[in-house]
Ligand binder design. Structure first.
Ligand SMILES: [Zn+2]
Length: 81
């Protein structure tokens, strides 16, 4: 039995993310709209503004999983329990 691993690609250049577990360390960023991931960008495709926003997202968003079509699913971190 083989397990299908979702493939994540850059939403702009279609470059493949080879190691999803290290995405944020490698500079890949998810673009969020109201807590929903709408795009994933490789380091080469991000504007400085997007890079700054992603740093903010890292502090406010928790990635909880991945959909069958390879999109990351995130939810907002809250300071409350
Ligand atoms: Zn790209």
């Amino acid at each position: 039995m083989t397990r299908r691993i979702p493939i994540i690609r850059c939403s702009r250049c279609r470059r493949r993310l080879r190691k999803p577990g290290t995405a944020s360390e490698d500079g890949w960023n998810a673009v969020l709209d109201m807590g929903i991931v709408t795009a994933v960008l490789c380091p080469d495709c991000q504007t400085p503004e997007e890079h700054a926003e992603a740093a903010n997202n890292d502090a406010t968003t928790e990635y909880v999983g991945m959909t069958v079509d390879g999109r990351m699913v995130g939810r907002a971190k809250t300071g409350e329990q």
